[in-house]
Design a protein around this ligand. Structure first.
Ligand code: HEM
Ligand code: HEM
Length: 182
């Protein structure tokens, strides 16, 4: 089992590092697909494809997060040099916890939204829809969509802050926070 190596360059284990960047890409894809699907006319092929892209980026995030969490728990956290102050350490832990919760809650809410609104999630290249265990209820679906959308908006800021924090550590504080994830 690979563990954090504190003797050479301290880094997260390989699975955590790779999953961090793949999942960051998937998050960006999920946002881009849903934000730009409205540029195409309702019912058009590109618009539908973009929504399917949104669904599957989100589902992929939901599937990968469990692998990432188990690698993270087994691999541990590499030390930060020089160490963070108590406030910064607690704040960053809370931010990371929020991001992990986001990876789990958003896809579930998204799937429920699609199911209650009667939107089909198609298995790629097959045209076969995933089975839906609930009856369509558009009003409830719209309420779920509002919550899904609001969390999505809040996390624009959380993710933005996360990226700025990483850059601040690297460029201004000049500690090894970012290098641990590369
Ligand atoms: C982490 C993953 C996800 C993120 C970050 C995310 C984010 C968002 C955001 C920001 C919106 C609102 C877009 C707008 O302003 O119109 C949205 C809408 C929506 N999302 Fe997601 N989503 C995720 C996963 C999913 C999944 C897995 C599904 C379903 C399988 C889904 C289904 C939907 C649906 C049906 C809408 C409403 C779209 C519309 O009709 O305008 N989402 N999502
Ligand atoms: C350019 C974009 C990004 C940069 C430079 C970046 C950088 C970093 C760095 C340096 C860490 C390690 C922080 C530490 O251990 O104290 C980290 C952790 C993390 N990042 Fe990012 N990140 C980026 C994008 C994202 C995105 C888009 C997400 C998801 C929405 C994300 C989610 C996370 C999570 C959940 C952790 C916690 C890792 C753990 O301790 O298990 N990151 N990121």
């Amino acid at each position: 089992m690979e563990t954090v190596n504190v003797l050479t360059r301290p880094r997260y284990v390989r699975a955590v590092r790779q999953l961090h960047w793949w999942m960051a890409l998937l998050i960006v894809a999920a946002y881009v697909f849903v934000e730009f699907h409205g540029s195409f006319p309702k019912g058009s092929a590109p618009r539908n494809a973009m929504m399917q892209g949104h669904y599957w980026s989100g589902i992929a995030i939901f599937l990968l997060v469990w692998w990432r969490l188990s690698s993270r728990v087994r691999g541990g956290t590499p030390p930060i040099q020089p160490p963070l102050g108590r406030f910064t350490a607690t704040f960053s832990r809370l931010m990371h916890l929020a991001l992990y919760a986001f990876f789990i809650v958003m896809p579930i809410l998204g799937c429920l939204t699609a199911a209650y609104e009667g939107k089909q999630v198609l298995i790629p290249f097959t045209g076969i829809a995933l089975p839906v265990p609930v009856a369509v209820d558009k009003d409830f679906g719209h309420q779920l969509e509002e919550i899904h959308e609001t969390i999505g908006t809040i996390f624009y800021w959380v993710i933005g802050l996360h990226v700025l924090a990483a850059l601040w550590h690297h460029l201004i504080k000049r500690d090894n926070v970012l290098e641990r994830m590369l």
